[in-house]
Design a protein around this ligand. Structure first.
Ligand code: 5GP
Length: 203
């Protein structure tokens, strides 16, 4: 019986900046062709290395609010002054064949948690506060002010950690990725996710 006999679901990864989320996403996508990345819509400008339609769909605020008004978003949130959102039709379409991993903030995650769309939530944390600060500073891309803002918003997010299902500590990248893959495999095998379970026992 093919793997397609199991329902696909959303995998929401939540992590404060400096948690190492980008490296985790990259590795999971490289290793698991059946898992796809959800490309969000945003009103912020593209950074130098970002490509429209690959990293984000970059749109105007006017267009974003129009889509929001029309109910096009599964979830949306204002993060650091810009709008971010996930298209409902895009997700429903991809879920027919693939698990989808999402990089969204806590507000967006909570909207999905309150919806009836099938999902799991995984919080990712660095192994310690020292490592976390080193990672934030080590990027060399952000000023002390920016780091301070990120720290404060991360601390708020961490206070809500008990609302989520899984916690993965990102001490070692390979281990963190392996843990996430194991979580996805276990979730995939839940009885409720088999579409025609009778096919396996003739019942
Ligand atoms: P950045 O602009 O640095 O790529 O992302 C800023 C924040 O927006 C991150 O916390 C990221 O998780 C969040 N984000 C990215 N896409 C979405 C989205 O579609 N919905 C929500 N709610 N947050 C998002």
């Amino acid at each position: 019986m093919s793997k397609d006999n199991k329902r696909k679901f959303l995998v929401i990864l939540i992590s404060p900046s400096g948690g190492g989320k980008t490296a985790i996403f990259t590795k999971i996508l490289a290793e698991n062709s059946e898992i796809k990345y959800s490309i969000s819509f945003t009103t912020r400008k593209a950074r130098n290395n970002e490509i429209d339609g690959v990293h984000y769909n970059f749109i105007s605020e006017e267009k974003f609010l129009e889509m929001k008004e029309s109910g096009d978003f599964l979830e949306s949130a204002l993060v650091h002054g810009y709008w971010y959102g996930t298209s409902k039709s895009y997700i429903n379409n991809m879920l027919k064949k693939n698990h989808i991993i999402m990089d969204i903030d806590v507000q967006g995650a909570k909207q999905i948690m309150n919806s009836d769309i099938d999902h799991i939530t995984i919080f990712i944390l660095p192994p310690s506060r020292e490592v976390w600060l080193d990672r934030l500073k080590g990027r060399g891309t952000d000023s002390d002010d920016v780091i301070q803002v990120r720290l404060e918003s991360a601390e708020k997010e961490i206070q809500e950690i008990r609302d989520f299902q899984y916690l993965v500590i990102n001490d070692d990248l390979d281990k963190a990725v392996n843990d996430i893959e194991l979580i996805i495999r276990a979730e995939e095998n839940k009885i409720k996710r088999y579409i025609n379970i009778e096919d396996y026992y003739g019942g």
